[in-house]
Design a protein around this ligand. Structure first.
Ligand code: GLN
Length: 492
């Protein structure tokens, strides 16, 4: 595709398409960045995907990228590409709020490792995206600032907690974005917004500089408009980092070599627990069609069972809040962030800061986590949840003796209306039943768009073995070639 064909609609390009034009110097990074910033000013009033738009920084970064192209040096597939970053990743000199009032004024003095890697690759940062406060939620309605709207239907949620990143990618407000996924926060919003989103293996991408929610589950990953872009982004951000002791000391393969449209002989497992109770039958049917199409392409379908799936949600809601209650103890108004204007004693200052700074959902989780970790309850709750987690991991290990990859819905339901689930915490949390098990087991998983119901996107999830991102990329890529569902841009 040439510049002439796309006209001023350069924001419609995928990362790899834009890279071709940049490399051939048919467009400049500054030109591309300006078009994307214009697009942001046109649609952001409706979508509200961002907490901070960094126009000036973006233009400077674009100029530097153009210098690299002029000199023909240091050119990577991300050089000059406008990207957005979820607001729970530290960005040097750029406000990082976690969508919380308690961090409304926090300007990190350093970059998260994933952010630093993007910067080194020459990417252009257009802004920081909205999210549920401290990544706790499934709809982006629990942002401490404002909700984000689903670009496919502005009355509906974009999913969460990386809803701002997902909406920005689907609305053309960036070409790709980073999200984070503790229980589904990359994959579920990717499904709701019709884009590709991957949670890599736990430890594949450094968590250094990612504001911690539940440290044993958190993982950063790419949110893109097609599978190729996902592989390109993963190439940049993956890798061992001495600053994160949980990062895996393994070399990073070139993930683009997995982009082969071939699933002949691949064994695809269909866990029955993901197609039954709690799953909208219409969604399950669309996802089953993906399995049939892959079967026609030469894959073998294997029905199997992951029996502990039904306990995953309950165990997650013990483990994640427990870790969160300890991680969030640091927000006390002393060193950074919001401080309540209190002139009495320090304890009153702590307490007022935290009760005014945190939103309802965050406080709820801190209390839950503090309770389940307290003496006398630890064994009954936390320890039991940790044991369930082992059982979940063993379930997957058994399944992967029979198959190479698992295929499931990403979300049990279609994008719901704003406000529909905010008063029903259980219903909100049910949004994550298909995504949480992969976090509990540390496995890589990807969402790929697989069709529409009532004009709303539906996503399919592929879950792989530890460090087997190449296989889920290959099956995702093959399906993308068959279906043609790639680079879907919401009509705005
Ligand atoms: N929705 C889940 C939660 O609220 C997952 C969030 C996430 O992955 N960050 O905990």
């Amino acid at each position: 595709m040439t510049k002439g064909e796309r006209g001023m609609e350069l924001w419609k390009l995928t990362v790899h398409e834009a890279h071709e034009l940049l490399k051939r110097r048919e467009i400049s990074a500054v030109e591309l960045t300006k078009v994307v910033l214009d697009r942001i000013s046109q649609v952001e009033g409706k979508v509200k995907a961002f907490l901070t738009v960094t126009d000036e920084i973006a233009l400077k970064m674009a100029e530097e990228a153009d210098k690299r192209f002029a000199e023909g040096e240091n050119i990577t597939p991300l050089t000059g590409i406008p990207v957005a970053i979820k607001d729970n990743m530290c960005t040097k000199g750029i406000r990082t709020t976690c969508a919380s009032k308690i961090l409304y004024n926090f300007i990190p003095p350093y970059d998260a490792t994933a952010v630093a890697k993007l910067r080194e690759a020459g990417a252009v940062f257009v802004g920081k995206t909205n999210m549920d406060e401290f990544a706790m939620g499934s709809s982006t309605e629990f942002s401490g600032f404002h909700p984000t709207h689903n670009p496919w239907d502005l009355e509906r949620v974009p999913g969460g907690s990386s809803g701002g990143s997902a909406a920005a990618v689907a609305a053309g407000e960036c070409l790709a974005a980073l999200g984070s996924d503790t229980g589904g926060s990359i994959r579920q919003p990717a499904a709701f917004c019709g884009i590709v989103g991957m949670k890599p293996t736990y430890g594949r991408v450094s968590r250094y500089g990612l504001v911690a929610f539940a440290s044993s589950l958190d993982q950063i990953g790419p949110m893109t408009r097609d599978v190729t872009d996902c592989a390109l982004l993963l190439n940049v951000i993956a890798g061992h980092d001495p600053k994160d002791s949980t990062s895996i000391p393994q070399p990073v393969p070139d993930y683009t070599t997995a982009l082969v449209p071939d699933v002949k002989g691949m064994k695809i497992g269909l866990p029955r627990e993901y197609f039954g109770e709690g799953i909208d039958p219409k969604v399950a049917e669309v996802v089953m069609q993906v399995a049939r199409q892959l079967e026609s392409a030469g894959a073998e379908l294997i029905e199997l069972s992951l029996p502990t799936t039904e306990y995953a949600l309950a165990a997650y809601y013990i483990i994640a809040p427990a870790e969160a209650s300890s991680n969030l103890a640091r927000y006390d108004g002393v060193q950074y962030g919001y401080r309540a204007p209190v002139s009495e004693d320090i304890v009153t200052m702590y307490s007022r800061t935290r009760s005014e700074g945190f939103g309802h959902e965050v406080k709820h989780r801190i209390m839950l986590g503090t309770y389940t970790l307290s003496a006398g309850y630890y064994e009954a709750y936390y320890l039991r949840a940790a044991k369930v987690r082992t059982l979940i991991r063993q379930d997957f290990e058994r399944a992967f003796q029979q198959c190479d990859v698992l295929l499931t819905p990403t979300s049990p339901v279609l994008p719901f209306k704003l406000g529909e689930r905010t008063d029903d915490p259980l219903l909100m949390k049910m949004s994550d039943i298909c995504t949480i098990p992969a976090n509990m087991a540390g496995l890589p998983a990807i969402n790929v768009p697989c069709g529409f119901l009532d004009g709303l996107p539906v996503g399919v999830q592929f879950i792989g073995k530890v460090l087997d991102e190449p296989t889920i990329l290959r099956v995702a890529y093959t399906y993308e070639q068959i279906s043609g569902y790639r680079n879907l841009l919401a009509p705005l």
